[in-house]
Design a protein around this ligand. Structure first.
Ligand code: ADP
Length: 623
């Protein structure tokens, strides 16, 4: 043991990331500094937090800032922090593997197109490995706060396949990173250049960053603002400040879509700054993924990425909440029940929803909706208190114009005289929704129908019984209101008399047996022959499909087969004498009703066989 150097190989994922980072981010090399400063600031924040309950971690030294130095002669850059530091195990895990969630998605998202990939990598946040964009060798020396001085650890690598580890003595806690610059990256060691990059990317980091004083003088001086940007008065801040801070907060290279900065005064004083990004992060669909809001109490970062700060359906929001009105000695667990924090959370949700409301009035809303709409929809289910507000932010396709989206409010404004309910159809894609036979009478009567075709819609609409006191109803509902029924005059004439109608319905019912709850005459079908409808309490077939696809047991629910008795084929079916032949017809009808709503038939091959047999028969072929 002791000081013997140990050689280790990078995990294969790391090699791949390193390769990509080095080759793809060439046009934007200076981001390495932002990434390393951001790690140093995080480490400092972590120490501050842990020291709240264990003052000893400061080891009697109060150095806190980040120091950056460059030497053109030696071709090196040094970044030093006095934060939490890393143990041997941590350094191996953090700098030798990739543990973060979303890595798989990241690799799947790569296209091989340089420009696109570099954008993707930027968005993913390249972290520590970005050091190798400019360095041919990186040496990290770290000691975890609270450990003995000779329990420091040195990590060294040329970023190719391996790294070495060695135990060393380190007087001060924290981490020092030395970059040995590549020949073509030596320019970055220039102090003037370093400072300008630092200010461009990290001016608003709330930890002071020091650099050597200009030539002639000795010692370090603080170069960044070092104060929390969000604490400044709004009047002092420009759009550029907000954008830069967003980038350092989120590692996103794109500007945010919108932000809201609030200083609440009075009983409870706090500041909040929330951003809506312009694009979705990788882990947007990981419900356990990170959200991006940080809570500072008296300038100490107490909590981040937590549902305690914002509900899951706002997980795309980035930002900070900052208050001096809470005790510092509260644990994260107790915080969850803190009344003040609850108040701040509720007010923050309202602020963010209002920000989205104002976005909804702009041309940018479709873009927002496309990016985050399906996440926001979760709020209808999860946030009862704000349901009305969230409902008014929803957008759906509709038969009014299937190329653009509509709000429920707009739908209501277009409702026909005498129309009482809001109608929707669910399907697993727009095409199926649009062509649903259930829409025929609605189309005929000029009643608009919302076309819900996202998997989540079913769940959402189940929690949206009404909007502006209009009931929200499925067109699949067996109980069709008079307003949506076909007028007698609009129907094709049925060649059957009442007697014959009754007879064919009951014969079909007998032939289908347990497969359906009933067979009934349809008042909604004009051109299609059959469709399935369900009672209001019944689970919709689309939801059934979604649940089945998710591997859940779904109770068998029988539905009603509606038959369009004006359809020419009905005459043909009525004349069928043999029960066997009628059986083929009835199953065929049932199966086509399932097919037209996008469902899966139990026996597709049987369906094809029956259909072909009938086609041959109809055309006089020998069977
Ligand atoms: P990220 O910062 O996004 O997690 P990085 O690759 O930049 O990814 O860093 C990986 C991990 O290494 C960090 O999460 C942190 O635990 C650790 N780390 C990196 N730099 C430092 C540092 N200066 N001090 C302490 N820990 C660090």
């Amino acid at each position: 043991m002791g000081n013997k150097k140990e050689e280790k190989a990078f995990q294969s994922d790391v090699k791949q990331v390193l390769d990509l980072v080095i080759n793809s981010l060439y046009s934007n090399r200076e981001i390495f500094l932002r990434e390393l400063i951001s790690n140093a600031a995080d480490a400092t924040d972590k120490l501050r937090f842990l020291a709240l309950s264990n003052e000893d971690l400061y080891e009697g030294q109060s150095d806190e800032g980040i120091e950056i130095d460059g030497s053109e002669e030696q071709g090196t850059i040094t970044i030093r922090d006095y934060g939490i530091g890393m143990t041997r195990k941590e350094i191996t895990e953090n700098l030798g593997t990739i543990a973060r969630s979303g890595t798989k998605e990241f690799f799947q998202g790569l296209t091989g197109d340089q420009q696109k990939d570099s954008d993707l990598i930027g968005q993913f946040g390249v972290g520590f490995y970005s050091a190798f964009i400019v360095a041919k060798k990186v040496v990290v020396t770290s000691r975890k706060a609270g450990l003995e001085l000779d329990e420091g650890i040195r990590w060294e690598s040329d970023g190719v396949g391996e790294y070495s580890l060695e135990t060393v003595r380190k007087k001060k806690r924290g981490t020092e990173i030395i970059l040995y610059l590549k020949e073509d990256a030596k320019e970055f060691a220039n102090l003037f250049r370093l400072k300008s990059i630092c200010l461009q990317y990290s001016d608003h980091v709330s930890i002071p960053i020091s650099m050597p004083k200009p030539e002639g003088a000795t010692g370090y001086e603080v170069v960044n603002q070092g104060t929390a940007m969000w604490r400044k008065a709004k009047s002092e801040l420009k759009a550029k400040d907000y954008k830069e801070f967003y980038k350092s907060l989120s590692s996103d290279s794109e500007n945010p879509m919108k932000w809201v900065h609030t200083k609440a005064e009075g009983k409870l004083e706090y500041t909040s700054l929330f951003y809506i990004p312009s694009r979705a992060p990788f882990d947007l669909w990981d419900r356990n993924g990170k959200s991006g809001v940080k809570l500072f109490v008296k300038r100490v970062l107490i909590m981040e990425d937590s549902e305690t700060l914002l509900p899951r359906y706002l997980r795309f929001v980035k930002g900070v909440i900052d208050t001096d009105d809470m005790p510092l000695n509260v644990s994260r667990e107790i915080l969850q029940e803190n009344k003040k924090l609850e108040t701040i959370r509720a007010a923050s949700v309202k602020k963010i929803l209002s920000m989205i409301e104002s976005l909804a009035k702009t041309k940018g809303y479709p873009n927002f909706w496309e990016t985050f709409g399906n996440v926001l929809k979760e709020g209808v289910v999860e946030d009862f208190e704000n349901r009305d507000k969230i409902s008014s932010l929803l957008r759906f396709s509709s038969t009014n114009d299937s190329n653009s989206l509509t709000s429920l409010k707009e739908y209501v404004s277009r409702m026909k005289d005498g129309q009482e309910d809001i109608y929707y159809v669910t399907a697993d894609n727009l095409e199926t929704a649009l062509n649903s036979p259930h829409l025929e009478s609605f189309r005929d009567k000029n009643i608009e129908v919302l076309l819900m075709h996202e998997p989540i819609d079913e769940w959402v609409v189940g929690h949206l019984p009404e909007f502006e006191s209009k009931k929200v109803k499925s067109v699949l509902n067996a109980d069709l209101k008079e307003e949506a029924k076909l007028d007698q005059s609009d129907k094709h004439d049925s060649p059957l008399n009442e007697e014959q109608k009754k007879e064919i319905l009951s014969r079909l019912q007998a032939s289908l047996g347990d497969l359906v709850a009933d067979v009934a005459e349809s008042h909604r079908l004009k051109d299609s022959l059959v469709c399935l409808v369900s009672s209001e309490e019944q689970m919709s077939p689309n939801l059934e499909r979604v649940l089945k696809a998710a591997g859940q047991e779904v109770p068998v629910s029988k539905r009603i087969l509606e038959v369009n008795l004006s359809h020419p084929l009905v005459t043909v079916i009525s004349s069928v004498q043999s029960d066997d032949e009628l059986k083929d017809w009835s199953t065929l009808l049932y199966e086509q009703s399932i097919l037209s709503e996008g469902g899966k038939m139990g026996d597709p091959a049987g369906f094809v066989r029956k259909m072909n047999a009938m086609l041959m028969k109809a055309n006089g072929a020998d069977t």
